[in-house]
Ligand binder design. Sequence first.
Ligand SMILES: C[S@@+](CC[C@H](N)C(=O)[O-])C[C@H]1O[C@@H](n2cnc3c(N)ncnc32)[C@H](O)[C@@H]1O
Length: 371
Amino acid sequence: MSDGHDRRINPIKRLHFEKLSPLCPVCRTAGRESPLKIGAVLKEGKDTITEGVLVCSNSSCLSEYPVLDGIPILVANLRTYIAQNFLPILCRDDLSETMESLLGDCFGPGSAFDSQRQYLSTYAFDHYGDLDPEEPAPSSAPPGSVLNLLREGLQVAGHAQRGPVIDIGCAVGRTSFELGKALDEIVLGIDLNFGMLKTAAAILEKGCLSYPRRRGGIAFERRRFPVSFDKAEKVDFWVCDATALPFAEGTFSAGVSLNVLDCVWSPYDYLREISRILMPGGNAVLSTPYDWTANATPVEAWLGGHSQRSEHKGSSPDVLRSLLSGGLHPHAVEALELISEKDVPWTLRLHDRSIMEYLVHLMVIRKKHGE
Ligand SMILES: C[S@@+](CC[C@H](N)C(=O)[O-])C[C@H]1O[C@@H](n2cnc3c(N)ncnc32)[C@H](O)[C@@H]1O
């Protein structure tokens, strides 16, 4: 919650780098565990690096990873990532609303610029709309839907053990800030969308949220308001791939990953990675609407949603339950067990006259001891 106090902190925090000891993503794909070290600090604040280079410590690799706007980009295929994300990486955020709207009209609907503004509009509204003084009185689709999922999940998951917490697919970061506040642990929010993480990191840097709120079509209004959170110094945001996390086994005491399972290209690798990076006994809160699309996940990798003539009749929750029950499924994740599950509504605002309502499968899972 915003408490009106000014606590500005610049990412990337050396605290997170030291405690989480990230591994080189390139070496990880080759089956090696090589810690990253700080290669160059180009711009820094107190205990933070705003621009710099992280380097693989393995002398036969020496891969470099940039820290941009305080956000380290730790993915194995860096060249592809940078090429595909040049817009949010290089995009300026100092334009007036008039110029932004003129450029938006030129880029047009369906452009990368338009898609990025739509994502920011939808997720920044849901994550922070409750703190926006300009937001109209509660509507039929008020913001804070994801916070409700987090609350429901944490009620069951509790805080079983101490240690760093990961928020996988954190988008613009509200759930990471709430975790920092509720658990008083080091929290790392990770996502692949640089523009969304830049919005989250700007809250750390400037104590302010700025986002384009879609009215309709390609008409957006820029919203800017102060936002600050207790324990924000415990939170940081990194670009990492949920299906190939650059951390050693058992790094995190707990995890949260809301509405991400149906967005990754390999839900199997995603579940395996959650199982790998959790400490034994560690809980994770997961939710998903199973809103499969072939753009995000190849049909062969969907959990259910196809092959309705099979044992599970195409039911996604049944396939997921079977993966987590250590059964005969070839992709069973033996080390994880399902602790609780329920269906909870999750609502997203698309524009002034459109909302999307899901019923998500909210689960608490646990990494078994001795696995
Ligand atoms: C549907 S959004 C959910 C965001 C947020 N957790 C929430 O519920 O409001 C899915 C998020 O997962 C991220 N994502 C998709 N694939 C990913 C991957 N392989 N690694 C990390 N994040 C990923 C997207 O960029 C997006 O921010």
